[in-house]
Write a protein that binds this ligand. Structure first.
Ligand code: ADP
Ligand code: ZN
Ligand code: ZN
Length: 739
């Protein structure tokens, strides 16, 4: 009698173990052993159905056979996960202490998670009907366009929509011919075309000596991580493009990751202008179907370049040859909930397993990455000059202590804005706070508009008028009278982008003012429309949050005014100063990108603060050199590794009890020692958020290995604890936000 077979599956549930099932009842037994790991299988789970990933076919279960239920169906016999991705996900599940099923789920396109077949959508192809083929010559003399299309279709078996576009034949002509019964459409599956004759649409730029020196050091084969460290506009993207070209020449594919708000139409167009090969851009405008298509096209080798944000790291490839991460310091590469992975760090793991190069590019590398470069783990490539003819901007620190400010603007800033506009140039005003004002205060009794659900103030918004908590999204009406003393002297305190926009309108009534923040760009394509206005190049003032700081090229902006350079200086998060430096340099980098020289004005109350001074007079790298030794002395990353165990509950006691248990268990497994310390349970920076009380336990370790081992055992203990049922808890390995 043949041995019975069982299926071991990873399921998308928050449990750190796999699940055994009997094969689907109608599945031929002799085919079971040929099922490959990585295929998707639909199974019953409690009262619901889940899509699981097959990890193994085996004959022995830890569970009693009569307890096992049969799977429902094999969704697809072709694995959704190739061995390479399956191993990467397993590695990530171990490292980030996430349930494997949840990791695999996060790596799949939504439609596959829902059990849709992994089939590419066909493309309509135009071809001749029998009648069309038999059409006598000269039959369509009176409409030359129709005749032209028929003539083309006689040459080729079929034409696709983009072929019509290239031939400049409007689709309406094809439709007319369909109506006449001469042409028909059929869906055809895209296939991998042979390598096109030309990879490029346009010639690459001639590299500067510095760029050429950097590019030759990037070996097209073998694993190595390169830090491409160059100011905004120094020509990093040109190096990416040429490194990708080398990779395409070898018949390999390229993966480019950009920050969440960096994947602008401008970025995509730049790649499309350069390369003649199919490019899949995984931007936020795609629907689930389009995402799946892009995923399938990369897997089939049709798409030769994939550009996307964080989760694009899990795209399958036929043969990946290079990974590039632009703005590697950007916080959006770290997922902040659920499966809390860093796409940048996992990219290094993927590149190493594939034995291919990884390029990390930034004008302001994270301290982790700089440290790795200093230690020799990454090859540090530097671009010091700006590419082309652009010059670095001149930076002016404006001391605003005791100054009379006009809605946040110092007189010197207003003068600079006026002069810039008069010369026909554009101005960018940066303020990283949306809304009208950070809070509302009663002038008579000092009442403040606090959020009922968070330890935070509510932001005043003018359009539409309301109070809004930016932490839990709670909204309420703007009160006319003080709820505490009934006074009508309620005043908004501080500046937000809405308020600055109004102030600028008053100061410069004739000028066009364009505000870019989350509120003004909520509607689809709103951002693009706003930016189109800017790219017309006429004088205007752009005012906005960090949405303006990344990924955009503003050729006509010659002045950047930073209203509040001090935000972040006194942050409770140890990464505050690093982030401040990165953000200010990114914003400053918007000025003077093309032929026009730029100028940056930084308003500050702390012009003599050593961090501000260093940043302005000596630049980001000098700031990094100042911060790194502090991190070493205080035992923080990149010198030691951090892990946060977070817990939150409506009842503070439940969260602290859980974390106290976590600490006790951890200390039993691995007592504190000079290389390992525990801190907490402590309240998070914002103790109450969204009506839940938040606490954390910090683990700080000099070595990764023992910490990893501890966490794996601890995670199992915590998962099984009854205390865990009363809280929301998570483990964050290498946390980016300490709050
Ligand atoms: P970064 O990615 O570092 O911001 P880019 O590659 O976008 O820099 O280059 C900035 C500008 O300089 C772009 O307009 C680009 O076309 C131009 N540029 C880059 N390299 C060269 C070069 N070697 N010669 C001329 N122009 C260049
Ligand atoms: Zn009052
Ligand atoms: Zn709130």
């Amino acid at each position: 009698m043949p041995e019975s077979r069982l299926l071991e599956l990873a399921l998308p549930v928050p449990l750190r173990r796999n699940f055994d099932y009997l094969p689907p009842v109608d599945f031929p037994a002799e085919q079971l052993d040929s099922l490959q790991a990585g295929i998707l299988i639909r199974v019953p789970f409690g009262h619901q159905e889940l899509i699981g990933v097959l990890m193994a076919v085996k004959s022995v279960s830890f569970y009693q056979p009569e307890k096992l239920r049969p799977a429902i169906t094999v969704v697809d016999q072709q694995p959704a996960f190739c061995t390479e991705l399956l191993e990467l996900c397993s590695w990530a599940a171990d490292y980030y202490q996430s349930p494997l099923g949840e990791v695999l789920q996060a790596a799949l396109p939504v439609l596959l998670r829902q059990g849709e077949p992994a089939r590419m959508r066909g493309e309509p192809a135009f071809m001749l009907t029998t009648e069309g083929k038999g059409l006598p010559e000269g039959a369509l003399k009176r409409s030359p366009k129709q005749a032209a299309l028929i003539a083309e279709l006689q040459k080729f078996p079929y034409l696709l929509r983009q072929d019509l576009e290239q031939l400049e034949i409007p689709r309406s002509i094809a439709i007319t011919l369909i109506d006449k019964g001469l042409v028909k459409t059929e869906e055809i599956q895209p296939t991998r075309t042979e390598q096109p004759q030309a990879l490029l649409n346009e010639q690459p730029l001639t590299l500067s000596d510095e760029q050429a020196f950097a590019l030759v050091q990037i070996a097209p084969e073998g694993f190595k991580t390169y830090l491409l460290d160059g100011a905004t506009g120094s020509g990093k993207t040109e190096i990416y493009l040429q490194a990708i070209e080398h990779c395409l020449q070898k018949g390999k594919q390229a993966l480019v990751l950009v920050p969440e708000i960096g994947l602008t139409p401008q970025t995509i167009q730049r790649f499309q202008r350069r390369f003649a090969v199919p490019i899949a851009a995984l931007h936020s405008g795609l629907n689930d179907r389009e995402r799946l298509d892009a995923w399938l096209q990369a897997r089939a080798g049709i798409a030769r370049i994939v550009i996307g944000t964080r989760s694009a790291l899990f795209t399958p490839f036929e043969s990946l040859g290079i990974i590039i991460i632009d703005e590697e310091h950007d916080g959006s590469f770290k997922q902040q909930d659920g499966f809390r992975y860093s796409a940048r760090d996992l990219a290094a793991v993927r590149a190493q397993r594939l034995n291919i190069p990884l390029i990390l590019g930034s004008a302001t590398p994270s301290l982790e990455t700089l440290h790795n470069a200093v230690q020799g783990r990454y090859l540090h490539l530097q671009l010091k000059a700006r590419a082309g003819s652009a010059k670095p901007p001149e930076v002016q620190l404006l001391d605003i202590r005791g100054e009379i400010l006009h809605d946040g603007f110092a007189q010197a800033s207003i003068d600079a804005i006026g002069e810039t506009l008069e010369r026909g140039n554009q101005v960018l005003v940066f303020l990283n706070r949306r809304g009208y004002a950070p809070t509302l205060e009663c002038h008579d009794c000092g009442w403040l508009a606090n959020c009922n659900f968070c330890d935070a103030r509510m932001t005043v918004h003018q359009t539409p008028r309301h109070l809004h908590c930016h932490h839990c999204d709670h909204q309420r009406a703007l009160p006319r009278r003080c709820p505490q003393c009934n006074s009508s002297h309620l005043q908004p305190i501080g500046q937000g982008t809405e308020r600055s926009e109004l102030a600028l309108q008053e100061l410069f009534p004739e000028q066009k003012i364009i505000r870019v923040d989350r509120d003004s760009t909520r509607n689809k394509n709103a951002m693009q429309k706003l930016l189109e206005d800017v790219h017309k190049g006429e004088p205007c003032i752009l005012i906005g949050t960090q949405m303006l700081a990344k990924g955009h090229h503003f050729a006509d902006v010659t002045l950047v005014v930073i209203l509040d350079a001090d935000a972040g200086l006194f942050s409770t998060d140890f990464r505050g100063p690093e982030r401040m430096g990165q953000l200010l340099m990114q914003v400053a980098g918007r000025a003077g990108r093309a032929e026009k020289p730029g100028r940056v004005v930084l308003q500050s109350h702390h012009t003599d603060h050593p961090l501000v001074q260093t940043l302005v007079t000596r630049g980001y790298h000098a700031l990094a050199e100042l911060i790194l030794p502090e991190r070493q002395v205080t035992g923080l990353p990149p010198y030691r590794q951090l892990v946060l165990i977070r817990a939150e509950s409506k009842f503070p006691q439940k969260a602290t009890d859980f974390l106290a248990f976590a600490r006790q268990q951890a200390e039993l497994l691995l007592p504190a020692n000079p290389g390992l310390s525990y801190l907490g349970p402590l309240p998070a920076f914002m103790e109450k958020r969204g009506d839940r009380f938040r606490y954390q336990l910090q683990i700080n370790s000099a070595q990764r290995k023992p910490l990893q081992q501890l966490l794996a055992e601890l995670a199992m203990k915590l998962e099984g604890s009854p205390l865990a049922k009363a809280v929301r808890w998570s483990i964050d390995v290498d946390p980016q936000e300490m709050g």
